[in-house]
Ligand binder design. Structure first.
Ligand code: SF4
Length: 302
């Protein structure tokens, strides 16, 4: 259904981002994990800097966790940095430094779910796997069923996406649908500029789009915001006391304590017993976890 129209629309965009210009498996994996929760415009400069610093899975696997967390600045959701660091070590340890191509094996890596696995497998290796995130699900269900994604069971959405997949160039197809969902078929769709308008059941039905459903939990003033500010502060210094963080960040000591307890449990920071007990003099620093394994050979790294 209108494959050519969608691919023609995508064609001038296909080199828009640095990870598309040279889609090696490692670069695609890094970009897809960054893009999970951060907009492409913010990912772009962070991706360039990250790849300069860690040009291969082996280089990333060797880095201390604190180095990776520092290189993650500007992206937010810092747990992804820990997951990516662990994924690189698993790639070196279990896959001879090569990013696996099988989506089922990719899903065994930390931080890689079904969507990311399908995106990496299709974009980097040409494996015919449909990558279905919220944006793609919205396009697929609107075009084929004239329905909103939340009205359609996940298994049906997946089957539709698989059936529609361009098996000759699944990577381009997945990226075209991702871009269309992000830029045109948004929750409030821009049908007049859509290449699929002539074939879309949703457009033909004249339906009003559903009010965007779940709202993101409020970030301003949230504990998640405090966690992010603690990590940002620790990027700038080797360690800090709870009291200093409370003062510098203008946060009540108990909120700093709760943020640090969560960050320590997630492996992002190391906190001594006094810090975990919430004492103002207790010290905390970015996780320095031991360096990862050496790869069998640098040449083996994708
Ligand atoms: S025509 Fe409208 S509803 Fe259909 S895919 Fe395009 S933007 Fe979405």
């Amino acid at each position: 259904m209108d494959r050519e129209a969608l691919l023609a629309w995508y064609s001038p965009r296909r080199r828009a981002y640095p990870w598309r210009a040279r889609p090696t498996p490692y670069r695609v994996l890094v970009s897809e994990i960054m893009l999970q929760q951060t907009q492409a415009a913010r990912v772009e400069p962070a991706f360039r800097a990250f790849i300069r610093r860690f040009p291969s899975a082996a280089a990333l696997a060797r880095a201390r966790r604190s180095e990776v967390l520092r290189a993650w600045a500007g992206l937010g959701y810092n747990r992804r940095a820990v997951a990516l660091s662990r994924a690189a070590r698993a790639i070196v340890r279990e896959h001879r430094g090569r990013v696996p191509r099988d989506p089922a094996v990719l899903q065994g890596l930390p931080g890689v779910g079904p969507y990311t696995a399908a995106a990496v497998a299709s974009i980097a290796f040409g494996v015919p796997a449909a990558a279905v995130d919220a944006n793609v699900a919205r396009v697929v269900t609107r075009v084929h069923l004239g329905a909103e994604a939340h009205e359609v069971p996940p298994a049906v959405r997946r089957d539709l996406a698989r059936g529609w997949l361009d098996r000759e160039d699944p990577g381009s197809w997945n990226q075209a649908l991702m871009d269309l969902g992000r830029e045109v078929c948004r929750p409030r769709p821009r049908c007049p500029s859509c290449p699929l308008a002539g074939a879309c059941r949703f457009e033909a039905s004249g339906r009003e789009p559903a009010a965007s459903g779940r709202r993101q939990p409020r970030f301003e003033g949230s504990l998640r915001q405090v966690r992010g500010r603690v990590i940002a502060a620790l990027r700038e210094r080797s360690s800090a006391s709870l009291g200093a963080l409370s003062r510098d960040l203008g946060q009540a000591p108990d909120r700093i304590h709760r943020a640090i307890a969560g960050l320590a449990a997630d492996g992002l920071v190391e906190a001594g017993p006094a810090a975990l007990a919430g004492r103002p003099g207790g010290r905390v620093r970015l996780s320095e976890e031991e360096r990862g394994p050496r790869p069998p050979s640098e040449d083996a790294v994708a």
